[in-house]
Design a protein around this ligand. Structure first.
Ligand code: UDP
Length: 245
């Protein structure tokens, strides 16, 4: 599979359509696949965190999310062909699940949020099967085995994990072998948007790849470091890293 390399993380250089085909293929073949998204903020974390890098590189597919990865890939002279991110993928994934009768389990976000998301998704996608849900604020050390049992009992095909990066990827990495589902996906703050608890950026902003500007406006206290400092830092790091390759 064609890929791009940023900070020695191998990012699949495929379209969102192809990524959906890979998901359905894993379910049909009953094989397990770990899928993660990385944006500029994740790659800044990778730069400083070798454990996160190891977890990412043990994934089956990593997708490049957002304008930062697009600019970064251009700097490495291997431009990424599509912006494969969770917000654009989820509606298409729901449609695909309806078509093939595949089910989704929602794990993550604050108590109440996955329930709201389930309701919203089932309203919108009448034939969609949400196999189960659980919030993401359980004791990861002591309660993870119970959560794994809950997920396995639901017999879900797909598990979406929304704890934010790198916690969701690390959790998937640690528990994948005990989980019976085919597709494990780390999805960050996705549930907050699709539950209706946080408004999403307008379409034109998403089309320009500047959803981050909207998130910055919503939560400036938490997001300014990530974006105002993080975006130029990412570009600086990638220029430096690329010149040493
Ligand atoms: N979260 C969780 N469990 C935790 C910590 C966080 O479920 O122990 C959730 C949190 O409620 C939010 C998501 O993880 O829904 C993280 O969102 P964020 O926007 O930080 O993630 P990103 O999209 O930046 O990876």
């Amino acid at each position: 599979m064609k890929s791009i390399n940023i900070f020695d993380v191998r990012i699949a250089n495929i379209t969102i359509k192809k990524s959906l085909e890979l998901i359905e293929e894993a379910i049909t073949k009953n094989e397990q696949r770990k899928l993660y998204f990385v944006n500029a903020d994740c790659l800044n974390k990778v730069y400083k965190d070798p454990d996160y890098k190891k977890v990412l590189n043990a994934a089956d597919y990593i997708f490049g999310d957002g304008i930062g990865v697009k600019i970064g890939s251009k700097i490495t002279k291997n431009p990424i062909i599509d912006n494969v991110n969770g917000t654009d993928m989820l509606p298409l994934l729901c449609e695909q699940c309806e078509k093939y009768n595949s089910s989704i389990f929602l794990l993550g976000a604050k108590p109440g949020v996955p329930e709201d998301m389930k309701k919203n998704l089932e309203d919108q996608y009448k034939n969609l099967k949400i196999a189960g849900f659980h919030h993401g604020f359980f004791d990861k050390e002591n309660e993870s085995n119970n959560i794994v049992d809950l997920i396995n009992k639901s017999k879900t095909d797909i598990l979406l994990v929304a704890f934010g990066a790198p916690f969701q990827e690390t959790w998937i990495h640690n528990y994948a072998s005990r989980l019976n589902c085919s597709v494990l996906i780390g999805v960050g703050g996705l549930f907050d948007f699709f539950s209706g608890n946080m408004p999403r950026a307008p379409k034109w902003m998403r089309a320009l790849g500047i959803e981050w500007v909207y998130r910055l406006m919503q939560e400036p206290g938490r997001m300014w470091k990530r974006y105002i400092l993080g975006n130029p830092l990412f570009i600086y790091r990638i220029i430096k890293w690329n010149s040493k390759k």
